[in-house]
Design a protein. Sequence first.
Length: 375
Amino acid sequence: MQPLDEDWKLLLNLLPVGWEQEAVLSGASERLRGFASIADLLRTLLLHVGKGYSLRETVVRAKATGIAQVSDVALMKRLQKAEEWLRRLCVSLLQESGWEMPAEMRGYNVRALDGTLVKEPGRGGSLWRIHYSVRIPSLVCDHFQLTPVKGAGTGESLGRFAASPGDLVLADRGFCKPSGVAAVHQQGAAVMVRLNSSALPLWSKRGARFGLLEQVSQLKEAGKEREWPVWVQTDTERIGGRLCVLRKSEEAAEKARRKIARKAQQGGPQPKPETLQYARYVMVFTTVTKNDFSTVEVLEWYRVRWQIELVFKRLKTLAELGSLPKHDDQSARAWLYGKLLIALLGQKLERLGRDISPWGYRQAEAWKWQRVAGL
């Protein structure tokens, strides 16, 4: 067996139980012409998504290695049909990793928003920004948009995402701007966003600037949380919300300060003294009322978003390489799920690396027991 085939065998062992059946149930393997097996179909798709090859280069390589006999057009159609299959595999792997979320969603449609840059192969490859939204816990991608990286309206913004009453939008500090909060609020949706103290000024009920550092400094013990009523202002309206804050452990705070210092050493702006003070806290602004979610529940929902963010971070690294499909939204979403799948497989391989056997993989019977244990 060739080394690449051995690696593929190991990768197949990492897939969730019933992965082939999911291909059948989702319709991904219907009329499997040009592929000897479902495994060959998945291998060809991951060759395209994971290695960043174009559709044409992928089919040439697949033919040369004997795993597929299809055209680039046929492979594009296969990628489109695999969207739901790849999504289900992602959800199963996320559940295996021990992902937790609050039991009560209180009727909200919870969505995690993010964005990343992707550069197509080659010295002159185009640079694009991907904006996407996934529902929690289903990971259904309900928004996918490509924009250039320069020019008006191309940056990360909550305002570019259509929202509906009943949506709860979870976003990181890059989206924390008054105009974005207002855009979500005007559509009748709620928002939870990690506070960016520089980009989102907070105001008191009487219209004075909220004394952020003075107030959060009252939290002296790690693990203690508190909230304050605050307002966000735009040119036309004031939006009421809550600032929910948790004091980090000193170890976590020091880690955050090192990250800030590292960015400054790499050419970023020198941090302000208050920025180093804010590194002691997790601060989340939300428009959700206390009747829906308590302070602790708001922080827990942001923690759910952070668990997704860990996968997103790996996705962002992987997305830097790849021939991005721009044919239609369906193929683009399937491409995104393929990237997520590779990210989750990488996390699982790291998790198993602590105790993987000397010969490089586990026996089938052992895998069944490990999966029951969630390892």
